[in-house]
Design a protein around this ligand. Structure first.
Ligand SMILES: [Zn+2]
Length: 339
C-alpha cells in the first residue's frame, strides 16, 4: 500500500523528486525530520540574538578569538589542543572561541544533563575562561544528522552552562567592529529550512559592521575527504550527499558579503586561496582528530595535524595565526580593508 504523504509546500523540487522515489516507511521518517526542522525554524526571532557579554565592552576596538571544530571526543587529543589554546591565550589574549560543530561525537546528546557535555566540553576546556559561541555539526544531530531534537538540546544547554553560547540553531552577535553570523549548515545540507536563508540574508545585508564573519560546520571549499560543497565525498548532483544546499546557501547569502567564512567538518586546518566572490575561506576542524588533505584547491596554508586558528581584528586589519598542538605558530596571514 502506498500512503500519500505530502511534503511541505516550500520543499525544493530537487528534494521532492528524490522524496517521491522513497518507500512509504522512508517517507514517514523523512517527513518527521522535515516537521521537526520546520518547528525549529518557526521559533521566535527574538531569541536569536544573544545579549552582549557584560565583561566585554562593545566599544573595545580590538577582538581576539580562537576557532576550532570537530572537538567532541573527550580524548587526549582534545585536551592537548585545549592546552595549546590555553598557552596561546595566556600570551596573546582571547576574548572568546568559535566552536565549529561536531561538538559531541558520535551522535550528540540526549538532554541538557547528558554527561557528555561535561566530559567532551566542560572538562577539556575548564581552563579556558571565556565564552564559546557554538554551531551544530552533523554529528550533533544524531547518527545520520537527522534528529532535530538532539540539536535543540545543545541550544538549550546555553541556559545552564557558564561558557556555552548558542541561543538558537542559527544566530548573530556583534563584538567591537565585527558582526558574527552563526549558521546551521546541517539544515542547509538537508535543504529543509528556507527561513534561515531569509533571516540570515537580512542580517548580513542590513549589518553596518565593518567586519562580517560567518561560521558554520560544513565547508564551502576543502581539501579534506569531505571536499567542496556541491561535490562532497566526490559525488555531484545527489541532494543529501553532495551538499548542494550548503553551496547554494553560501552563494545566495554570504559569498561576497562576509569577509571570512570559518568551518570545520574536515579534520585539518586550511586557508583556501580561492575566495568565494571575495569571502576568505578557512577550515579549522582539527580540534581533536585529523584526516588527510587530498583535494586540489589552491591554499595559502594547510596542515593535516591537530591545532586551531587564532584571529585578531583591530581597525581595518584581520590577522590569523594557524597554531599547532604544541602552541607553535605555523602560518600567519593578514587581510586589510579600508574602513
Ligand atoms: Zn562533520
Amino acid at each position: 500500500m502506498e500512503l500519500d504523504i505530502k511534503l511541505p509546500h516550500h520543499t525544493p523540487d530537487t528534494v521532492k523528486q528524490k522524496y517521491h522515489r522513497l518507500s512509504t516507511a522512508r517517507r514517514l521518517q523523512r517527513l518527521a525530520l522535515y516537521s521537526l526542522l520546520a518547528l525549529l525554524a518557526a521559533c521566535d526571532n527574538s531569541i536569536i540574538t544573544p545579549p552582549p557579554e557584560p565583561d566585554q565592552p562593545p566599544e573595545a576596538n580590538t577582538i581576539k578569538f580562537v576557532a576550532l571544530g570537530d572537538t567532541g571526543t573527550g580524548s587526549e587529543n582534545q585536551y592537548a589542543v585545549a592546552n595549546a589554546i590555553q598557552q596561546t591565550c595566556e600570551t596573546q589574549g582571547c576574548d572568546f572561541a568559535l566552536l565549529l560543530g561536531d561538538n559531541i561525537y558520535d551522535i550528540g546528546v540526549d538532554g541538557i544533563d547528558d554527561p557528555q557535555l561535561q566530559s567532551k566540553f566542560e572538562a577539556p576546556y575548564r581552563n579556558l575562561n571565556f565564552p564559546f559561541y557554538v554551531v551544530l555539526g552533523n554529528h550533533d544531530y544524531g547518527t545520520a544528522g537527522l534528529v532535530a531534537e538532539k540539536g535543540q538540546h545543545q541550544v538549550t544547554y546555553s541556559d545552564i552552562s557558564d561558557k556555552w553560547r548558542m541561543p538558537h540553531h542559527y544566530y548573530q552577535f556583534t563584538r567591537a567592529n565585527t558582526a558574527f553570523f552563526a549558521l546551521d549548515t546541517n539544515a542547509q545540507f538537508w535543504e529543509v529550512d528556507e527561513k534561515q536563508e531569509q533571516v540570515v540574508a537580512d542580517w548580513i545585508n542590513q549589518s553596518t559592521a565593518p567586519w562580517k564573519i560567518a561560521f558554520g560546520h560544513h565547508p564551502y571549499r576543502s581539501n579534506g575527504p569531505h571536499g567542496n560543497a556541491g561535490k562532497y565525498e566526490g559525488i555531484s548532483g545527489i541532494p543529501y550527499i553532495s551538499g548542494d544546499g550548503v553551496k547554494d546557501f553560501a552563494e545566495n547569502v554570504w559569498c561576497g558579503k562576509a569577509d571570512l567564512y570559518l568551518s570545520g567538518h574536515d579534520h585539518s586546518r586550511q586557508w583556501l586561496e580561492p575566495t568565494c566572490q571575495g569571502t576568505q575561506l578557512i577550515v579549522s576542524g582539527a580540534g581533536a582528530k585529523t584526516t588527510d588533505l587530498k583535494g586540489d584547491n589552491a591554499v595559502l596554508f594547510q596542515a593535516d595535524t591537530l591545532g586551531f586558528v587564532h584571529i585578531t581584528i583591530t581597525g581595518g586589519q584581520l590577522n590569523a595565526q594557524f597554531i599547532n598542538v604544541n602552541g607553535d605558530v605555523e602560518f600567519t596571514h593578514t587581510v586589510n580593508k579600508p574602513l
